[in-house]
Write a protein that binds this ligand. Structure first.
Ligand code: PDD
Length: 287
């Protein structure tokens, strides 16, 4: 089956979808994105992703491409047209294609933004076998720009980080700045000491994860203790457990950091429990 994608108002087979070579997303990484997971044909935390998209656009002085209601309708239509059961919907908004290359922003009145969405089918996404064994990570320096709270499409360094991890024979990399972990290449990071969950507080240094917000709500409801403060790799290596969160991995246990095995080397009880609670709550609230 050919995947049907959305480009600026049209639903098209992926082979027919086109964007201009002058698009600022292509030339300047001048665009933002969202990834919303789909479980059982329903959207997980759609409202959260919409709210963050609006914030990213506002921070970059970009006009919203369509209303939240239209965005929901587009997401649902893509699920329907692609018979998507489990997977993700990727959405990207760029500052459009002014017809030439220029550093200055084009006038939004004459250059409308580009809106692209497509589905990614991942059958059994929530039953990932990796979640049962946990992931191994290495630490690398965080050399990204200073506005990581805006979900831009500048993903070169995170991609390089994934490749460094691959080369080291592990699954992912945790980024370190001024001695403290900021976040993972594409996720928010946590350690567990005793019953306490420790995670870096929100700032411009990290993406304000939609999964992070939901997981911290779940933790509070389950009477788990949460401390929002930065932590070091040394502290993480000595922690009882570690995990990360993202819209596509949910709550993912981490069992090794820079070669040091955490706890028993198996996913810990806190991460395992949080994953269960999160998936349960989110499935119930899916739209
Ligand atoms: N990445 N931090 C970074 C740098 C991210 O790229 C992501 C998400 C997160 C977690 O945010 P959320 O819980 O809202 O997914 C944190 C997505 C999944 C991606 O790029 O595919």
């Amino acid at each position: 089956m050919t995947r049907i994608v959305y480009v600026n108002g049209d639903y098209l087979p992926e082979t027919e979808a086109k964007v201009s070579i002058f698009d600022r997303g292509f030339l300047m990484a001048d665009g933002v994105y969202e990834v919303t997971s789909v479980l059982g044909g329903k959207l997980i935390d759609f409202t959260g992703h919409c709210a963050r998209l609006a914030r990213s656009l506002k921070e970059l002085d970009m006009a919203p491409a369509v209303s939240d209601e239209e965005l929901l309708a587009i997401h649902r239509e893509l699920i329907r047209r692609n018979d998507l059961v489990d997977g993700m919907i990727y959405l990207q908004v760029t500052r459009g294609a002014p017809g030439d290359r220029d550093f200055a922003f084009p006038d939004p009145a004459t250059t409308p933004s580009t809106l692209v969405l497509f589905t990614q089918s991942k059958p059994g996404l929530a039953d990932s076998p990796v979640a049962k064994v946990g992931q191994k990570v290495i630490s690398i320096p965080d050399i990204r720009w200073g506005r990581r709270d805006i979900k831009t499409v500048q993903l070169l360094y995170p991609s390089m980080g994934k490749m460094m991890a691959k080369k080291a024979g592990v699954d992912d990399a945790w980024l370190v700045e001024d001695g403290f972990v900021t976040e993972g290449t594409s996720n928010n990071t946590y350690i567990v000491k005793g019953n306490r969950i420790i995670t870096r507080p929100l700032s411009n240094d990290i993406l304000h994860g939609i999964t992070r917000a939901a997981v911290l709500r779940c933790a509070a409801e389950a009477q788990m203790e949460v401390e929002e403060r930065p932590f070091t790799i040394d502290e993480a290596k000595k922690a009882d457990e570690a995990f990360f969160t993202s819209a596509s991995a949910f709550v993912m246990p981490v069992v090794e950091i820079d070669g040091a095995t955490l706890g028993s080397g198996k996913p810990g009880p806190v991460a395992t429990r949080l994953r269960e609670i999160y998936l349960d709550e989110m499935r119930k609230a899916a739209i």
